[in-house]
Design a protein around this ligand. Structure first.
Ligand code: GLU
Length: 625
């Protein structure tokens, strides 16, 4: 993840833009003050980066300027996006181009074996659209698909299997977006990624750590081992060049024949084969259970447009992703709860108490009510209504509530089914992977795009000969229940937490943000909005701020910088308990956000993580000098 950097003579990329501190003398008043804050934030961030071995030495996590902007976890992807913008492409063109590169450089987080949600603002039409290319369960799947002998499979047995693989949506989503909003062809969008896949890039510590955490399963699958492991069965070495000619070839087939090359014919057939009979070595020390996907599941896959979730927060219009993602509605509900307080006038600890309580309550509702709207009647208007939020706000006291708290609509419990929202579900506490791209173009179009293969390393199954990992998205169902609204069903999409977000102010684009991190995505996006809107933090400072995530569980997951802060001590006195965030890779961090802000007077500010996941990359087409 992150900072898989250009291999120099291997892939030639332009040097990154100058450091964030180089600001422009043409600025006035508030903007100038803001940029001075940025200098301070960037300096602090660089100091932090210097202390953390995973941090890149020279990558600026913030850029300011004009002509368009992009932010991702990876410089090659961000660069591909800004190159596309520089050549006259729009935000959709640049987002798909960057996504295709990330499919090469971030193969454990995202790619054509997975799915995602794209939220786009079209400046000319003044319209927000959202595309759902979430993976879908094969038609033949039943609610007890993950049960054996009356009990649900353990999480790794469910995950590393053909069973967990949903019909991938990414290619269909890219094609639909480009056709609807783009100016370039899918072939043009794939070209930079094909180059990176062929020429290679240098493996960094994050990439190696992500391989390492999957080693015991990757080495069971010859196609996966061949791609990601050295012949001695260890991860490929940091500093060596990684190439993926099979993926380059797969992209070329798609470039030549369009999305249909993926959904029918040899690629589709090999996906089906891989899912139905996972190609595992005789020496494997794990069982990879077979799935039931067939050619028709791929052929009939659709990537529908969904209505965006629209809410307001202190006069800002916030647009997010609706069901099957719970991202948009849960961010909106928590914002609505918080709108009843003047957070900016409170101490930081008091405001954080309210924020943690708001997400505790909103997660109870998310858990109970949000699932694929094609299968379950989601009370979306109620979830995001101000009046409903007022009833939830009334429950917040001076001290932390004891989780699980109940959801807001008691009638939802009437059937007495076993899976109430407060119960820890298979997906309630996991901190996952995924990646987020934010792009804006010179016309004011914005794309906020989160896409994933679910866990870091997905199902562990590389499609032989085609160079990409299949997702394990179906473990995002409440697969341990046959009655929950988010239970497994044939043709259904599992509930997501992805929360690609676009905010407008005074009817104009203002912010695009998003993050990976499983269900912590929601609390990360909310936290960035609150930091930026209520605390007046700059976007880079809002992204860099220490994170905690309360998702209706007894303890609040927190980064060390949060749990060691004076605010955490004050929160502990109010009954909050913190537990460490822990990625499988050993990193104790939450999310890896990117964002873009349209500055008040002119220009764009692109921001990525300074430290998390090794630091991201944010560039503008014409940097201010
Ligand atoms: N599968 C997760 C979701 O859709 C995203 C993956 C992650 O970040 O863990 O909510």
């Amino acid at each position: 993840m992150a900072d898989v950097r250009d291999a120099g003579d291997v892939v030639s990329g332009r040097p990154p833009a100058g450091p964030a501190g180089r600001v422009n003398g043409r600025l006035h008043g508030k903007e100038k003050r803001m940029r001075l804050h940025l200098v301070a934030a960037a300096t602090a961030v660089l100091a932090l980066a210097a202390a953390a071995p995973a941090a890149p030495a020279s990558e600026p996590p913030t850029s300011i300027g004009g002509g368009g902007a992009a932010a991702t976890v990876d410089r090659l992807a961000t660069q591909a996006a800004t190159d596309t913008l520089r050549r006259g492409g729009n935000a959709t063109d640049a987002a798909v181009t960057a996504a295709a590169v990330l499919g090469v450089t971030e193969p454990f987080s995202c790619g054509i074996g997975g799915g995602g949600f794209m939220v786009s603002y079209d400046a000319r039409a003044r319209e927000v659209t959202t595309n759902d290319h979430r993976e879908r369960a094969p038609r033949a799947m039943r609610p007890d698909a993950f049960f054996e002998n009356g009990a649900a499979l353990a999480s790794n047995a469910a995950r590393y299997s053909g069973l967990s693989v949903g019909v991938p949506g990414t290619v269909r989503g890219w094609a639909r977006e480009l056709r609807a909003h783009g100016t370039i062809s899918l072939a043009e969008a794939l070209a930079p990624a094909i180059r990176v896949a062929r020429r290679g890039f240098v493996i960094d510590a994050t990439f190696a750590a992500q391989t390492q955490e999957n080693l015991d399963y990757f080495d069971d699958v010859p196609a996966t081992a061949e791609l990601f492991l050295d012949p001695d069965g260890t991860p490929r070495d940091v500093g060596t060049v990684f190439r993926n000619p099979d993926l380059a070839h797969t992209y070329e087939l798609i470039a030549q024949r369009g999305a249909r090359a993926f959904y029918r014919g040899p690629i589709a057939d090999t996906i089906v084969q891989t899912v139905q009979s996972p190609p595992v070595a005789a020496t494997a020390n794990h069982v990879f259970r077979p799935g039931v996907m067939d050619a028709r599941d791929l052929r009939t896959y659709t990537a529908p447009w969904r209505p965006p979730v629209h809410s307001t927060y202190r006069g800002v219009d916030v647009f997010g992703m609706g069901p099957p993602s719970s991202g948009g509605s849960t961010v909106a509900e928590a914002l609505n709860i918080l709108e009843g307080y003047d957070l900016g006038a409170l101490s930081r600890a008091d405001a954080l108490h309210l924020q943690l309580e708001a997400t505790r309550l909103a997660f109870a509702d998310r858990g109970e009510f949000v699932a694929d709207p094609d299968f379950h009647d989601v009370p979306l208007a109620g979830l995001i209504s101000k009046d409903f939020a007022a009833t939830r706000r009334a429950l917040i006291g001076e001290t932390a509530a004891a989780s699980p708290v109940a959801p807001g609509d008691p009638s939802a419990f009437e059937d007495g089914a076993g899976n109430r929202a407060g119960e820890a579900s298979a997906t309630s506490t996991r901190v996952g992977t995924t990646t987020h791209i934010t792009v804006a173009d010179k016309r004011g179009d914005v794309v906020s795009y989160t896409f994933t293969i679910e866990s870091t390393g997905g199902s562990g199954l590389v499609v032989p000969g085609y160079g990409f990992l299949l997702n394990n998205e179906l473990t995002d169902f409440n697969f341990d229940s046959t009655t929950h609204p988010n239970r497994v069903e044939g043709g259904k999409r599992p509930r997501s937490s992805m929360a690609p977000t676009i905010a407008l102010r005074d009817g104009r684009p203002w912010l695009g943000i998003g993050s990976p991190g499983g269900s912590t995505i929601i609390t990360t996006v909310l936290g960035i909005l609150v930091e930026r809107i209520d605390r007046g933090s700059t976007l880079p400072a809002a992204i860099a701020a220490p994170r905690a995530s309360q998702r209706n569980t007894a303890t609040t997951v927190a980064e060390p910088a949060f749990s060691e802060s004076p605010e955490a001590a004050a929160l502990a006195a109010r009954g909050h308990q913190f537990s460490p965030a822990l990625m499988a890779s050993g990193a104790r961090e939450i999310g890896a956000a990117t964002g873009i802000e349209f500055l008040t007077r002119h220009g764009l500010l692109a921001a990525a993580e300074p430290v998390r996941r090794g630091g991201g990359s944010a560039l503008v087409v014409r940097p201010d000098r």
